[in-house]
Ligand binder design. Structure first.
Ligand SMILES: [Zn+2]
Length: 82
């Protein structure tokens, strides 16, 4: 019985799952909306953040956790750190 092949598939599947967890959870991302206008957010990688195009606000991502607070957001293009 070629059980080894099945295990190989399973391991690669697990690897895929683990790798996806490293990135922002797609489900989490799909339910995240701008707290101000409830609009869609665009993920940015450098620096990590979620951008609302309508509000021109960037919500920061700290340690893989999106900070969905208007007070924590900064204007898009504003790179000055607090
Ligand atoms: Zn918005």
């Amino acid at each position: 019985m070629p059980k080894c092949e099945n295990w190989g598939d399973r391991n690669s599947l697990l690897f895929e799952v683990e790798r996806n967890i490293m990135a922002l959870d797609p489900f989490l991302k799909s339910i995240l909306v701008c707290p101000k206008c409830k609009g869609d957010l665009i993920e940015e990688t450098s620096p990590p953040g979620l951008v609302c195009e309508s509000c021109q606000l960037v919500y920061p991502i700290r340690e893989d956790i999106p900070i969905m607070l208007i007070e924590e957001a900064h204007a898009k293009g504003d790179h000055s750190s607090p």
